[in-house]
Design a protein around this ligand. Structure first.
Ligand SMILES: [Zn+2]
Length: 212
């Protein structure tokens, strides 16, 4: 798996920054830990991570040191802490319908990377995404939701089926990370890596994105 994590990060870096990035060993370690967590989740369907009073007290006093920033959909069937068997203080999670890289989402990723020093940004789409399904339809939602779906539509592009649309939308969100000079600088210095993934809401498996 070591080699494939490298491939996932190389592909994620290419999408996010449009260039080959130096190897970030921290990102590889985080990715390994996340996938180990997903394997435990598939095995037990419960979270074996620390969710105790002790860890609350420790992190309240000593601050947070998450291993990754995870950008994903707000869908209630896509809870990152459960999916990766993560405990208190382990994941810096940014969620909205469709996992859109909005200005506030990008700013939150910058905070996690620049101030909390997460070595990995994982953008995770999922199967059966309602926001992506809405973007494939002609019907227009009113209000702020309509504006959000319009952003998902841009991500979906010319895709005609949900699978392709989910992949396109995920890639679009990864590409939007490249707009950040803060992230680019950290990535260029080998301190930050990027990866994409699709979560299967039925099986519980996380599929890491590699080039087709
Ligand atoms: Zn969704």
């Amino acid at each position: 798996m070591e080699r494939s994590y490298g491939e996932v990060l190389a592909f994620g870096g290419q999408l996010a920054m449009s260039e080959e990035l130096p190897v970030c060993s921290g990102a590889e370690a985080s990715l390994r830990a996340l996938m180990r967590g997903n394997a435990a989740y598939l095995d037990h369907s419960r979270n074996p991570a620390e969710l105790t009073d002790r860890i609350r007290v420790t992190t309240a006093h000593e601050g947070q040191h998450p291993i990754a920033a995870v950008v994903c959909c707000a869908d209630s069937r896509v809870p990152p802490e459960h999916i990766f068997s993560a405990g208190i203080g382990e994941l810096f999670v940014i969620r909205n319908a469709g996992a859109v890289m909005s200005a506030s989402a990008l700013a939150s990723v910058e905070y996690a990377a620049a101030h909390l020093h997460v070595p990995l940004v994982l953008v995770m789409g999922h199967r059966g995404c309602g926001a992506v399904a809405a973007a494939l339809q002609k019907h227009r939602e009113p209000g702020a939701l309509g504006a959000l779906i319009a952003q998902v539509k841009v991500g979906v592009g010319h895709a005609r089926n949900p699978r392709e649309a989910e992949r396109n939308n995920l890639i679009h969100s990864l590409e939007a990370l490249g707009e950040s000079e803060v992230l680019r600088d950290l990535a260029d210095r080998g301190k930050l890596g990027f990866a994409g993934a699709i979560y299967d809401i039925r099986s519980g498996a996380v599929e890491l994105l590699i080039s087709e």
